[in-house]
Design a protein around this ligand. Structure first.
Ligand SMILES: Cc1cc2nc3c(=O)[nH]c(=O)nc-3n(C[C@H](O)[C@H](O)[C@H](O)COP(=O)(O)OP(=O)(O)OC[C@H]3O[C@@H](n4cnc5c(N)ncnc54)[C@H](O)[C@@H]3O)c2cc1C
Length: 496
C-alpha cells in the first residue's frame, strides 16, 4: 500500500471563522448583523464547496486565441470553468452591489467586504476584476460625469447576471506602473466630440471586462503626469469583437494564473473623456483607493484559507506518534499565523468601515483623512502579512505544501502579487507620508490608535487575547498555552 494521507477539509468558512464573526459583532449593529448572517453562512458553505474542483483544475489557464481558422483576428480568451461562472455568481451575491445599496447605510462596506473576504479565496482571483469594477463605479460617481454614470454604474453595481459588467483599469505602460507620468498612449479627437486611443498598455488584467478606465495623453498636451487625462472605454463593438485593440499576448505569470492579464496595443480604440482633459492621475485616485482596500481583503482572505487548511491538516497528520496539532511548536507556528491574520483582518475592515462612513458622511473630515492615511498602510501591511503567512502555511504542510495538486502553492503564488500591483510597498510607504503631510501630521492617526486602545477590555491594551501566543505577547510576559486548543482565541481553535 502506498502513501495515503487524508487531505485537509474545508468546513463552512463563515461558521468556522470566529475572528470574522467577532469582528462583525463589534462593528455592526445587531439588526444589520442578523440581517446579513444567513447570506454569509450560505456563502461560507458555497466557497468551501467550490474549492475541491478549483484545486483539481489548478493547471487550467486562460488561453489567448488571436486568429480563427480563416485568418480573421478574433482575440478571444478561453477561461477556466469557474471564471465562466464567476460574473453571474458575483452579480447574484452582490459583491459590488452591496457596497452601493442604501439598505445598511454606512455599514454597507463592512457587509460587502465580509462577502468579498469569504468569496476571494475561492474565486481564482476573480476578485481582481471585481475590485476594479467597484473602483470604476466609485471613480465615475466621483467624476460627476452624469452621462457616464448613467451609462455604466447601473451595470457595474447590478445584481442581475444579464446586465452585470466588470471594468478594467489600464494604467501601467512599459515606461512604468508606479510612475505613470511617462505614459505614451495618445488620445486623438475623432472629430465628432469623442476620442481615439493609440498606444500600448503593458499590464491589463481581466481583459475580458466590458469597460475600462485608462490614462492617455491628449494629443499636443505636452509632457508629464499632469497632462494625462482619464478616459472611459468599451473595448468591444456590438459584434462582441475588439475595436481598435489587439491582444499582443497573455502574460505568463508567477501566480494569479487564472486571471487573464494581457499586453495590448490600442490603435483607434474609441474613448470618452471622463472629466477635464488633464489631471487624469488625480481623477483616477478614487478607483485606486477602492482597489487597494480590495487588495487588503484579498490578502487576509487568502491567508485565512491557508490557515484553515493548515489547522485542519494539523489535526489529521501525525508525526512522532501524535497529531501535529499536539506538538507545541507546530501549534505555536499556527498561532502566530492566526495572530498576523487577525491583525490584518482588523486593519482591512477598519478601512472598509471608514470608507462606508466617508461615503455616507462626506463632511466627516477626520474620517476622510484617516481613510486616506490607512488605505495605503492597510494595503502594504496586509500584502506582506499574506506573503509571509502563506510561506509559513506551505511549510506547515511539509513536503505536501510544495506539491501543486494540493492547491497550497497556488495560495502563496497568488498572494505574492498583492504587494506589487496597486502600488508596491515602498511606493505606498511614500504615499502614506504624503497622506500624513496632507492631514497636517500624524495626530489623526495617533488619536485613532489611542481610541482603539482605550476601547479594549481592561488588561488587554498590551495584548489581544486572541494573539496571546504571538511572540509580541510573549515578550510582554503572557505565558504561551501548551496547546493551541487551550488558547483563549476562538480564532485559533477554528471552532464554532
Ligand atoms: C499580475 C499583475 C497584474 C497587473 N494588472 C494590472 C492592471 O490590470 N492594470 C494596471 O494598470 N497595472 C497592472 N499591473 C501592473 C502593476 O500595477 C505594476 O507592475 C506596479 O504598479 C509596479 O509598477 P512597475 O511594474 O512599473 O514597477 P516599477 O515602478 O518599475 O518598480 C520597480 C521597483 O522600484 C520601486 N520603486 C519605484 N518607485 C520608487 C520610489 N519612488 N521610491 C522607492 N522605490 C520605488 C518599487 O517599489 C519596485 O520595487 C499588474 C501587475 C501584475 C504583476
Amino acid at each position: 500500500m502506498g502513501f495515503i494521507q487524508e487531505p485537509p477539509r474545508l468546513g463552512n468558512q463563515y461558521d468556522e471563522d470566529p475572528a470574522l464573526r467577532a469582528l462583525l459583532a463589534r462593528r455592526l449593529p445587531a439588526d444589520v448583523r442578523q440581517a446579513i448572517k444567513p447570506e454569509l453562512r450560505e456563502l461560507g458553505h458555497e466557497v468551501a464547496d467550490w474549492w475541491p474542483a478549483q484545486v483539481a483544475q489548478h493547471a487550467v489557464e486562460p488561453r489567448h486565441v488571436p486568429f480563427d481558422a480563416w485568418g480573421n483576428r478574433i482575440d478571444t480568451v478561453e477561461l477556466s470553468d469557474f471564471w465562466r461562472r464567476a460574473p453571474a455568481l458575483a452579480a447574484r451575491w452582490g459583491l459590488v452591489a452591496a457596497g452601493y445599496e442604501p439598505r445598511f447605510g454606512p455599514h454597507a462596506r463592512v457587509h460587502q467586504f465580509a462577502l468579498a473576504y469569504l468569496f476571494t479565496a475561492s474565486s481564482e482571483i476573480y476578485s481582481c476584476p471585481l475590485a476594479m469594477t467597484d473602483g470604476a463605479a466609485r471613480c465615475l460617481i466621483a467624476s460627476g460625469n452624469r452621462a457616464l454614470v448613467e451609462r455604466a454604474v447601473p451595470h457595474l453595481t447590478s445584481r442581475d447576471p444579464a446586465t452585470f459588467w466588470t471594468s478594467g483599469q489600464w494604467m501601467t505602460e512599459t515606461a512604468g506602473g508606479s510612475d505613470v507620468s511617462n505614459t505614451g498612449t495618445v488620445a486623438r479627437p475623432d472629430g465628432q466630440g469623442g476620442w481615439t486611443l493609440h498606444g500600448r498598455k503593458w499590464f491589463t488584467s481581466a481583459i475580458v471586462s466590458e469597460m475600462a478606465l485608462t490614462l492617455a495623453r491628449p494629443e499636443g498636451a505636452g509632457a508629464g503626469g499632469d497632462a494625462l487625462a482619464l478616459y472611459y472605454v468599451e473595448p468591444r463593438g456590438e459584434d462582441g469583437r475588439f475595436r481598435g485593440l489587439v491582444i499582443d499576448r497573455l502574460k505568463p505569470k508567477l501566480g494569479t494564473r487564472k486571471l487573464p492579464t494581457a499586453e495590448i496595443t490600442l490603435d483607434g480604440l474609441p474613448a470618452t473623456l471622463v472629466g477635464e482633459p488633464r489631471h487624469g492621475v488625480r481623477q483616477i485616485a478614487p478607483m485606486l483607493n477602492v482597489t487597494r482596500l480590495w487588495n487588503g481583503i484579498a490578502a487576509v482572505s487568502l491567508l485565512r484559507r491557508g490557515y484553515a487548511l493548515a489547522l485542519d491538516y494539523a489535526r489529521r497528520r501525525r508525526a512522532f506518534g501524535r497529531p501535529l496539532i499536539e506538538h507545541p511548536l507546530h501549534a505555536r507556528t499556527l498561532a502566530t499565523i492566526a495572530c498576523e491574520l487577525e491583525a490584518g483582518l482588523e486593519l482591512g475592515f477598519e478601512v472598509a468601515a471608514l470608507l462606508g462612513r466617508v461615503e455616507h458622511h462626506p463632511a466627516d473630515r477626520d474620517a476622510a483623512a484617516l481613510l486616506r492615511i490607512l488605505t495605503p498602510v492597510a494595503k502594504l501591511a496586509t500584502g506582506r502579512i499574506a506573503v509571509a503567512g502563506l510561506s509559513e502555511v506551505v511549510e506547515a504542510f511539509g513536503g505536501a505544501g510544495y506539491i501543486e495538486d494540493t492547491g497550497i502553492p497556488t495560495l502563496l503564488r497568488d498572494a505574492q502579487v498583492l504587494s506589487i500591483w496597486e502600488g508596491t510597498t515602498n511606493v505606498l510607504a511614500l504615499d502614506t507620508l504624503r497622506a500624513l503631510a496632507q492631514a497636517g501630521g500624524p495626530g489623526i492617526w495617533r488619536d485613532a490608535v489611542e481610541r482603539e486602545l482605550a476601547g479594549l477590555p481592561a488588561g488587554m491594551s498590551g495584548t489581544r487575547g486572541s494573539c496571546a501566543t504571538s511572540p509580541i505577547a510573549r515578550r510582554r510576559g503572557s505565558p504561551p498555552p501548551a496547546r493551541i486548543e487551550r488558547s483563549s482565541s476562538p480564532g485559533l481553535a477554528g471552532s464554532r
